[in-house]
Design a protein around this ligand. Structure first.
Ligand SMILES: [Mg+2]
Length: 173
């Protein structure tokens, strides 16, 4: 069950303490797209997201978008935010992210994975052995393929809460 527990848990991507991450040696940030950056109804990043990404780049972070969605969904965000991206990533399978880490010669202690899904994002990052950051999903609306996973995730959350391993809404760095 510990594989689903994030290293850090924040309300959203704007509340993450990026300066603390940097002081811990994190140089690369892998962002999930759906319900992490935007709701599934939005097809372009907001001004707020653009501003955040601009500032993170200014701080010296290298940014990646890694999404299970198709290219047609992910590419517009790549174009607007000007970051490297992977579509159809098949998270929680680790292959695509492992490739990304190897190709860019990234140390496991230099990269953090940020997402709203304990199954797709957190368990994937924990399996690889990188820093994992959970954020709350922006909106309850999901793509059909994500709905079943969310039901499973609610069961996982209940078990973790009962064992006092993780409680939704109790944020920590
Ligand atoms: Mg997501």
């Amino acid at each position: 069950m510990e594989i689903y527990v994030p290293d850090i848990y924040e309300k959203d991507i704007y509340n993450i303490k990026y300066d603390i991450l940097q002081s811990r040696g994190i140089k690369y940030l892998i962002f999930d797209l759906d319900n992490t950056l935007v709701t599934i109804k939005e097809n372009l990043p907001s001004e707020e997201t653009k501003e955040l990404f601009k500032n993170l780049k200014k701080m010296g972070f290298k940014l990646f978008l890694v999404s299970n969605s198709f290219k047609t969904r992910v590419k517009p965000f790549h174009d607007e935010l000007n970051v490297s991206y992977i579509y159809s990533a098949k998270k929680p399978h680790i292959n695509k992210i492992n490739e990304l880490i190897l190709e860019n010669k990234i140390g496991l202690d230099e990269v953090a994975m940020i997402g709203d899904s304990m199954i797709d994002d957190i368990s994937c990052g924990n399996t690889i052995g990188i820093t994992t950051i959970l954020v709350d999903q922006i909106n309850k609306l999901e793509f059909p393929y994500a709905r079943l996973k969310r039901i499973k995730e609610h069961r996982i959350q209940k078990k973790l809460r009962n064992r006092d391993l993780f409680t939704k809404g109790r944020y920590y760095v």
